[in-house]
Design a protein around this ligand. Structure first.
Ligand code: ADP
Ligand code: MG
Length: 252
């Protein structure tokens, strides 16, 4: 059983024009077994929250805490955070020329677990995960994300999720740019990963990726703050009515 507690997180970045605050007090608690969706207009701070938790050096924490099982992850290096069980599927996955997918996945798994996975089982699991994601086995020997299409990059993030089996997975718009069939494939990968021992935080604008998952909480991020939290029914309300209508409701 794991718990992530994000408490009153304030974050800024340095820009040419000076300091820009981009999170102004985000508070959120996630337990294993749960699925949380984070929705919000473009530029509201969703990726910032994900990057800050993963340890991107550009995002400076001014105050607040992020505790994973009581340990302050904000004091950890990004690799320590990964070892503690955190995983981020990036909105814009990076290419790593010269590092094959298989080497990357196996090295990451070995680092996280402190020992190399048994080779036979690993090969079997990798092949099954790629099959589930409808990825050509040839991708295993290609460099990480190099020359992958947008959709293939997103699938490669979910392949990492399936192989690394983190305690807490943050998925940042993993569905954006995917065709309808690929969204279903990716959603089935996420469903296969999720169980009572891990937690999902899914940043999305789309209900399709949440299909088949029970969404326990939806958080609406707007202008750097979580302005509303509700149950899974909030997803469709937002998709049908939009964020502006939601704000008008709040103001009444
Ligand atoms: P979202 O993911 O919700 O669309 P982001 O978290 O990416 O939003 O960005 C929130 C705001 O912070 C945006 O206005 C964005 O331009 C700004 N921002 C994010 N990262 C940087 C950065 N590295 N430099 C300057 N501005 C940034
Ligand atoms: Mg974003």
């Amino acid at each position: 059983m794991s718990t992530l507690e994000i408490k009153d997180l304030h974050v800024h970045v340095e820009t040419k024009e000076g300091i820009k605050p981009i999170l102004k007090g985000a508070t959120l608690t996630v337990h294993s077994g749960e699925t949380h969706a984070i929705m919000g207009p473009n530029g509201s701070g969703k990726s910032t929250l994900a990057y800050t938790l993963a340890g991107h050096p550009k995002y400076v924490v001014d105050s607040g805490e992020a505790l994973l099982d009581g340990k302050d992850i904000l004091k950890m290096t990004p690799d320590e955070r990964a070892k503690a069980g955190l995983f981020l599927a990036m909105q814009y996955p990076v290419e790593i020329p010269g590092v094959s997918m298989t080497n990357f996945l196996r090295t990451a798994k070995t680092e996280i677990d402190g020992e190399a996975p048994g080779i036979r089982q690993w090969a079997k699991d990798l092949s099954a995960a790629m099959k589930r994601l409808k990825m050509d086995p040839k991708f295993a020997s290609r460099s990480v994300n190099e020359g992958f299409s947008g959709g293939e990059k997103k699938k490669s993030e979910i392949l990492q999720l399936l192989m690394l089996k983190p305690k807490l997975a943050l998925l940042d718009e993993t569905d954006s740019g995917l065709d309808v069939d690929a969204v279903k494939t990716v959603a089935s990968g996420i469903k296969a990963y999720h169980n009572a021992d891990n937690a999902l935080i899914i940043i999305t604008h789309n209900a399709k990726i949440l299909e088949g998952l029970q969404v326990d909480y939806v958080h609406v991020l707007d202008d750097a703050r979580i302005v509303r939290t509700g149950d899974g029914s909030l997803v469709n309300e937002i998709i049908e009515e939009g964020f502006t209508a939601l704000k008008e409701d709040e103001a009444k």
